[in-house]
Structures are given as C-alpha cells and as structure tokens.
Design a protein around this ligand. Structure first.
Ligand code: IPE
Ligand code: IPE
Ligand code: MG
Length: 245
C-alpha cells in the first residue's frame, strides 16, 4: 500500500515568517573540500537555490531575498566574477521557464550601474515576464549592498528636499523605506546564513532590524528543503518582542 508523503507537522503554518532572507555562503569551501574549482561550488549553489525557492513557495512564504552577489564581491578574481555573472544570467533565463509553473515573481535588487547592458536587459525581461504572478516574490540581491541601498534612498530624499517637495524635519522611517529596493515589502523576519559565518556582510541592513537570525554550519550547496524547515522551526521557537515586554 502506498502512503502519501507525510506533511511536516512540526511547522506551525499559522506562524510562518512572511519574509525570509538568505545569505547563501560557503560555495567556494564546499568545492575546495571536494577538490573542485570554486565555480563548481557556485553551480551546485544555484541548483540548491531552485529547490529552496520551490519549497518556500509551496509552504506559502510570501517573500524570499537571496544574496547572490554583493557590492564587495567585485574584489574577487575576474574569472570568478565572470563565472558568477554568467550563472546569474542563466538563472534568470531559466527561472522564467522552470519557476513558471510555480508562480514565482522574480525581481533583482541592487545597483544596476555596474552591471552589463545584457544583464540589465535580462533582468528587465525576467521581471516583466513574472510580474503578474501571485506566488512568492523572489528578490535576487545582485550587485547589492545594504549601505549602497541606503545611499540610494538618501539621494532620493535629498532630491525631494532640493525640489521643495519635502521638509528635512518631516522625514520619517517610511520615507527612507520608500527609497529602498524592497519598497512596499515587509521587513525580513527570518535571516539564514549558511557556512558557519556569523555576520551580515552588508546584507539588508535596514530590513533585518528585528529579524531572527539562524546560522547554519552547512555550506550553501548542501542546504536542503528540510534544512529550511528546520530554520523555520527554530524561528517559531523564538520569542519576538520588538522592544515590548
Ligand atoms: C557564496 O559562496 C557565494 C557568493 C559570495 C557569490 P562563497 O563564494 O563566498 O564561498 P566561500 O565563502 O568562499 O566558501
Ligand atoms: C556574502 O558572502 C555575499 C554573498 C553570499 C553573495 P561573502 O562570502 O562575500 O562574505 P564575506 O566576505 O565572507 O563577509
Ligand atoms: Mg563566502
């Protein structure tokens, strides 16, 4: 007799994080451990990502932001940067198709200035093709830096002040938020970083103010849907107070 795959009953579906942020770290070390070039770690990491987004969407998570390339990652050897850019390009092209049936809405967050024209065109194409889907919103943080994002927002406010549209004394949190790449999205509830490192590395500095952080020892390519479930379980065991008692 066949049994239906058992649902993970230990997750409280009424208390899911609305927005999950992931710092997908450890691709290089994963590859090194296996005697492979770092690029193979990135390739395996992209495969792991597809499965995690599918799982998060199935669970009913509303937003997922994944750190794919930071404003600091340009410091890496050109060969590695080129490989990562090509991989991201392929990911965007394939995501239109592979994540289509899953209703994933894809957006890229970060500065476009340093990206190639070809990449910018593909980002716009993928964003447009997926914009009317109503499943999970996937933000791919690409040439993203939390500080750059805040500078970007500050510039917008300065322009508004200069044009006489805004009084500096009236600036609020929400004015700053309106200039972030994640405008109109909720803050990050659960932040996951793989590979054992315990730092933000310039990821979503504003949006993680009250995020629950979960650091996982595994390298990103080894991170499986069941690990995501485990992180959510840990999140649900935390007492969030937001400054209250
Ligand atoms: C994360 O893995 C992917 C990116 C930063 C693009 P790393 O490439 O940082 O892997 P490690 O940290 O060197 O192992
Ligand atoms: C953060 O990882 C960036 C991404 C995962 C894309 P890094 O590997 O670049 O961070 P550091 O250098 O260890 O802080
Ligand atoms: Mg790293």
């Amino acid at each position: 007799m066949l049994f239906k795959k058992k649902q993970d009953t230990s997750i409280d579906m009424s208390n899911l994080p609305r927005h999950i942020g992931i710092i997908m770290d450890g691709n290089g070390r994963w590859a090194k451990k296996r005697g492979l070039p770092r690029s193979m770690g990135h390739k395996a990491g992209a495969e792991a990502l597809k499965k995690i987004v599918t799982e998060a969407n199935k669970m009913g998570i509303e937003y997922i932001t994944v750190y794919a390339f930071s404003t600091e990652n340009w410091k890496r050897p050109k060969e590695e940067v080129d490989y990562l850019m090509n991989l991201l390009m392929d990911y965007l092209i394939n995501a239109e198709k592979t994540l289509a049936g899953e209703n994933v809405r894809i957006r890229a967050i970060g500065s476009r200035k340093e990206l190639s024209e070809e990449m910018c065109r593909q980002i716009e194409k993928t964003e447009n093709l997926t914009k009317d889907r109503d499943g999970i919103v996937m933000n791919i943080a690409l040439n993203y830096g939390g500080r750059e994002e805040l500078v970007h927002s500050a510039r917008r406010l300065c322009r508004m002040v200069k044009n006489g549209e805004l009084n500096p004394d009236d600036i609020t949190d929400s004015d700053i938020e309106d200039g972030l790449y994640t405008v109109n999205q909720p803050d990050v509830d659960l932040l996951i970083r793989t590979s054992g490192e315990q730092r933000l590395s310039n990821f979503m500095l504003w949006q993680v103010s009250y995020a629950e952080m979960v650091f996982v020892k595994k390298a990103w390519p080894d991170f499986k849907p069941r690990d995501l479930c485990e992180c959510i379980r840990i999140f649900q065991g935390r007492g969030r107070r937001f400054g209250a008692i």
